[in-house]
Design a protein around this ligand. Sequence first.
Ligand SMILES: CCCCCCCC(=O)SCCNC(=O)CCNC(=O)[C@H](O)C(C)(C)COP(=O)(O)OP(=O)(O)OC[C@H]1O[C@@H](n2cnc3c(N)ncnc32)[C@H](O)[C@@H]1OP(=O)(O)O
Length: 192
Amino acid sequence: MTKQAQPWPPAGAEPAPAHPKAPGPGSELGVHFTECFGCGDELEGGLHLRSTVADGLTVRSRFTVTKNHQGAPGLAHGGLLACAFDEALGTTVGNLLRRPAVTGRLETDFRRPVPVGSTLHIEARVDGVGGRKIYASADGRLDAEDGPVAVRARGLFVMVGLEHFTSHGDPDAIEKFREQGRPVREDWDINP
Ligand SMILES: CCCCCCCC(=O)SCCNC(=O)CCNC(=O)[C@H](O)C(C)(C)COP(=O)(O)OP(=O)(O)OC[C@H]1O[C@@H](n2cnc3c(N)ncnc32)[C@H](O)[C@@H]1OP(=O)(O)O
């Protein structure tokens, strides 16, 4: 069966400039929630993804694959790699556009195995916005920013109100988040 290439971003999406208050090139993006599996520093087996704004329109993230992330012996689990891309894309969307948004759809192409001990360098960008829909994509390269591409991903994010988190989330966890003082953003302009 022939694979039909779908246009990306889809027709009707508009370019999405960074928000005027978005962190500038070189900014390290902090942990948005210490218990987040993607970036949180309280979970020993988490991905501990770290992200930096590159040129103002892209974000570079990296994470090192450990034994906690295995599928086959010595190789990263594909679902964990998808998680890393969800986080990298989500933090790109949240920090550059400064709008709370959640993943509606995530596509991943696994091109090469990713061994335990390797570091995946993920470069993500916002490709366009159409209404509440935000289109973002990323490439993950092995062991260097110019290393071979191991994984590619595309995500559709949907802008939501903060009630998405307050009405569906765990009130105790939200309270803990508020009490931490870091990284609470008083204006709640990106995801908690
Ligand atoms: C700094 C932060 C870092 C965070 C990184 C991690 C991000 C995450 O992992 S978030 C967690 C995973 N995602 C979720 O739990 C989301 C669960 N889903 C939902 O809550 C809802 O389905 C939600 C909010 C996405 C959309 O629901 P709702 O608000 O009712 O909007 P809805 O009208 O259905 O959709 C809005 C638009 O998006 C489109 N859309 C929604 N889902 C999809 C999808 N899967 N595929 C294609 N289009 C979709 C709809 O067709 C609609 O398009 P249009 O405006 O053209 O009609």
